[in-house]
Design a protein around this ligand. Structure first.
Ligand code: HEM
Length: 383
């Protein structure tokens, strides 16, 4: 940890954030003094609040409040983009959920198995030490997305790159005050809009693409909503799946029935579910005012000793695993089945392909924010 600030703001480039998350469970509910956010870490409470209708994921106050009009005009298209499908959440979710059901996903698995095997053999073929993120996770995640969008890996790469400016805006706290980031994010919205239209909406080649086209064509929803949903699916896949695949590699010697869920519990790629109170309420004796930010720390709940004995141990067969890595309730991850399948395919490939991949944990590089993990690199040798 590099700063003396509250652990949620600290920089975890040089240390495993799980130690801090684990320590945070000692205070099940607390208030972060700088922002006034309520921080909740106990598993039963986090689970209950994920289901509480008094909490929403839409900010109740305008993040641009207090800025002069010219700067509001600069940032507004970006904040609008992030709110684009919130107002239509139930309808969009109703259209998407069936597409991510098991029997729709099974036909995609052969392509993923083939890709995983090819990528592992590719690691062995390089003369230089390979990088797990660059040479396996990124192309594998693109193949996962390509399978559901009905797009080639190359087109998926174009789509994924178009979202970079938006991700930079999301990743930085206080970005609503950073004009350079807003300029980048606006360029990213343009690029993502053009790429989603050309690659997905104009010639829909999968059930997901057809659903997105129907959203774009529906006058009550429209193209900005379809683009925002596509962007969330892409950005919601690339980094979190990379985190889980890295955990998969580091534990591959321990396969078992509960392997995938234990990978998800321990890696917990999205560590916060951010919520806002829609009304005054009370949480374990803490008064929460309407509009107040409530941080449900999924990554800490998954290390709650009362629910997961020896929480930092990887025990694939030894626990009843009620982890919260995909959240719960109204916003529970739509792609959880796909993510589980993709992790399972990669774990099988690592266990059965005639390639042995050795990771050097000392080379692991991560961006260092606590809220959402981003693994940047990990040197591996394959033989
Ligand atoms: C290991 C991989 C993944 C993890 C850990 C993960 C985790 C999560 C979590 C925790 C949420 C809920 C956030 C909240 O309550 O505020 C969420 C929502 C979402 N996820 Fe995932 N996700 C993963 C992969 C995917 C994939 C592969 C897709 C789609 C292909 C996807 C699409 C979505 C969408 C669209 C939402 C928003 C749901 C809503 O608001 O109704 N995710 N994800």
């Amino acid at each position: 940890m590099r700063t003396a600030e509250h652990p949620i703001f600290a920089d975890y480039r040089d240390s495993d954030p799980r130690a801090a998350l684990r320590e945070m469970t000692a205070r099940p509910v607390s208030v972060e003094p700088r922002t006034g956010a309520l921080i909740v870490t106990a598993h039963p409470l986090v689970q209950r609040l994920l289901l509480d209708p008094g909490l929403t994921n839409m900010p109740q106050r305008d993040p641009l409040d207090g800025l002069p009009p010219d700067r509001i005009a600069l940032h507004r298209p970006v904040t609008d983009f992030f709110r684009a499908w919130g107002g239509h959440h139930a309808e969009v979710r109703r259209r998407l959920l069936p597409i991510f059901g098991r029997h729709h996903l099974n036909p995609l698995l052969p392509r993923l198995r083939e890709t995983a095997g090819e990528l592992l053999r590719g690691l062995r073929a390089t003369a230089e030490p390979a990088d797990w993120v660059r040479d396996f996770c990124r192309p594998y995640c693109l193949a996962v997305l390509g399978a559901v969008f009905g797009a080639s890996d190359h087109d998926m790469d174009v789509l994924a790159r178009s979202t970079d400016g938006l991700m930079a805006y999301v990743a930085k706290s206080g970005s609503a005050r950073d004009d350079d980031l807003a300029v980048r994010a606006r360029a990213s919205i343009e690029q993502a809009g053009a790429a989603v239209r050309a690659i997905v909406l104009d010639a829909p080649a999968s059930e997901l693409a057809v659903a997105l086209r129907s959203i774009a064509d529906d006058p009550a929803l429209g193209r900005p909503v379809a683009v925002a949903v596509a962007v969330q699916i892409i950005t919601g896949t690339m980094d979190p799946l990379t985190t889980a695949l890295t955990e998969t590699l580091l534990h591959r010697a321990d396969p078992g029935a509960g392997f995938t869920d234990e990978v998800l519990r321990l890696s917990c790629p999205f560590r916060f579910a951010v919520r806002y109170a829609t009304r005054d309420m009370e949480v374990e004796g803490h008064r929460v005012r309407a509009g107040q930010r409530v941080l449900l720390v999924l990554g800490a709940a998954n290390l709650d000793e009362d629910v997961f004995p020896e929480p930092l141990e990887f025990r694939p067969d030894g626990r009843e695993n009620r982890h919260l890595a995909f959240g719960r309730g109204a916003h529970m991850c739509i792609g959880s089945g796909l993510a589980r399948a993709a992790i399972g395919v990669a774990a099988d490939a690592l266990a059965t392909a005639d390639v042995t991949v050795e990771a050097d944990p000392a080379t692991l590089r991560r961006a260092g924010h606590l809220g959402a993990d981003q693994i940047l690199g990990l040197t591996v040798r394959a033989r």
